[in-house]
Design a protein around this ligand. Structure first.
Ligand SMILES: *Cc1c(COP(=O)(O)O)cnc(C)c1O
Length: 402
């Protein structure tokens, strides 16, 4: 396909068509190049390729055609010039931070970001002299107020896990760019099927391919998407030295997963909305957190920013008179499910159920959890593709016997 034709194609088409050209064998499904190195035609060509003077594959830590297909397809879905694959979502965040930051620089993050992200930036990078501030997810003025002369990066995640708080990407991009700072958005939860942060002004988009992009809970993968000047010129040379590269096998699995991303995310979002509406009617449920519900405080922003859909992840509080009772009751509901899987992964076609206060957020103190509004009675459900009636019945097993 010519670049002119590619520029006219819709995301649904690019999700199944954008890849490296076919090999000489004409394979219809994209080839898996499971090789660590590439044979060079002669010594002079090898020298030019290693020096970066000529295009051509040399070694899979630097690049690999299957990984290139993954990168092209994801960049097309995110609407960015370029993308680079990494071994996991966390290695994508590490790569971005190593490329953009040095000792003395300052990062602003939302305080309700993914737990390992908070740990990486707040603790591990602090050992290398990177300073950080953590602000309220939903309050753009708090991000503005946290800016310092040394601020280099604002890093947001929307919606968040597990309370589904949003941030207004466009508003944060305006604040970042007025201050000459990069805005990065972790787009794991909404995925490009619902939200393209780069189109709203984000400079970089982070992915855990482990979640919705794979969509079937099989492999670990990650990526950073953004302009060519950042990805190809700053991140690619660093990955070559630091080795957070994506395995070609994992790239191939996620490449095929992306072909059905939009169908899955839309169907799982429809299931999640139906389940959220049903949960709101249950007398044993105190509150439901889901951006697709009119009761969500940022429902209007969610509908504008996420293509009119709430996404596939919801949480709810079981009714209880104390934190101890909340925990006992949440465990009761979780343990009475027979269809849902008790596991912390999300973005899978199989519905997963967790108790955040004792798993993903178990390392926080009770005071930190209270501040985050994350109670002992909270249950998170990452909704899959099962029939909605089976999911309702599965949660009713525990709720009805409280
Ligand atoms: C899972 C996740 C990550 C980390 O991705 P891994 O592939 O597990 O390393 C980062 N951000 C969010 C929002 C996630 O859900």
């Amino acid at each position: 396909m010519t670049p002119e034709l590619l520029a006219t194609l819709h995301p649904d088409t690019l999700a199944v068509r954008q890849a490296m050209p076919r090999s000489a064998y004409g394979e219809h499904s994209e080839a898996l190049y499971l090789t660590s190195s590439f044979v060079q035609p002669d010594a002079a060509t090898a020298a030019r390729r290693f020096a970066g003077e000529e295009e051509g594959y040399t070694y899979s830590r630097t690049s690999n055609p299957t990984v290139s297909s993954f990168e092209r397809r994801l960049a097309a879905l995110e609407g960015t010039e370029s993308a680079i694959g990494t071994a996991s979502g966390m290695s994508a965040i590490l790569l971005m931070c190593m490329a953009l930051l040095k000792a003395g620089d300052h990062v602003i993050c939302s305080q309700s970001m993914f737990g390992s992200t908070l740990n990486l930036i707040g603790k591990e990078l602090a050992r290398f002299g990177v300073q950080s501030s953590f602000v309220a997810q939903t309050d753009a003025t708090a991000w503005q107020a946290a800016l310092r002369p040394e601020t280099r990066l604002m890093f947001a995640e929307t919606p968040t896990n597990p309370l589904t708080d949003l941030c207004d990407i466009q508003a944060l991009a305006d604040i970042a760019h007025a201050a000459g700072v990069f805005l990065a958005v972790d787009n794991c939860f909404a995925s490009p099927a619902l939200q393209q942060p780069a189109k709203l002004g984000a400079d970089l988009v982070i992915h855990s391919g482990t979640k919705f992009l794979d969509g079937q809970g099989r492999v670990m993968a990650g990526a950073v998407c953004g302009p060519r000047a950042l990805i190809d010129d700053k991140l690619a040379p660093l990955i070559r030295s630091a080795g957070m590269n994506l395995s070609p096998f994992n790239a191939w699995v996620v490449l095929k997963g992306m072909e059905t991303l939009s169908l899955r995310v839309k169907a799982q979002s429809a299931n999640a909305l139906a389940l959220a509406q049903w949960l709101e009617q249950q007398p044993q449920v105190a509150r439901v957190y889901y951006p697709g519900l009119a009761s969500h405080p940022q429902h209007d922003l969610a509908m504008r920013q996420q293509s009119g859909l709430g996404g596939a992840v919801l949480s709810f509080d079981v009714r209880a008179n104390s934190p101890e009772e909340g925990r006992t009751r949440a465990f009761h509901v979780i343990d009475h499910t027979q269809v849902c899987s008790i596991t912390a992964n999300l973005g899978d076609t199989k519905t997963t159920i967790t108790h955040p206060a004792s798993t993903s957020h178990g390392r926080l103190t009770e005071a930190q959890r209270q501040a985050a509004g994350l109670g002992q009675g909270l249950i998170r459900v990452a909704v899959g593709l099962e029939h909605i009636d089976d999911l309702k019945a599965d949660l009713a097993r525990g709720l009805d016997t409280l």
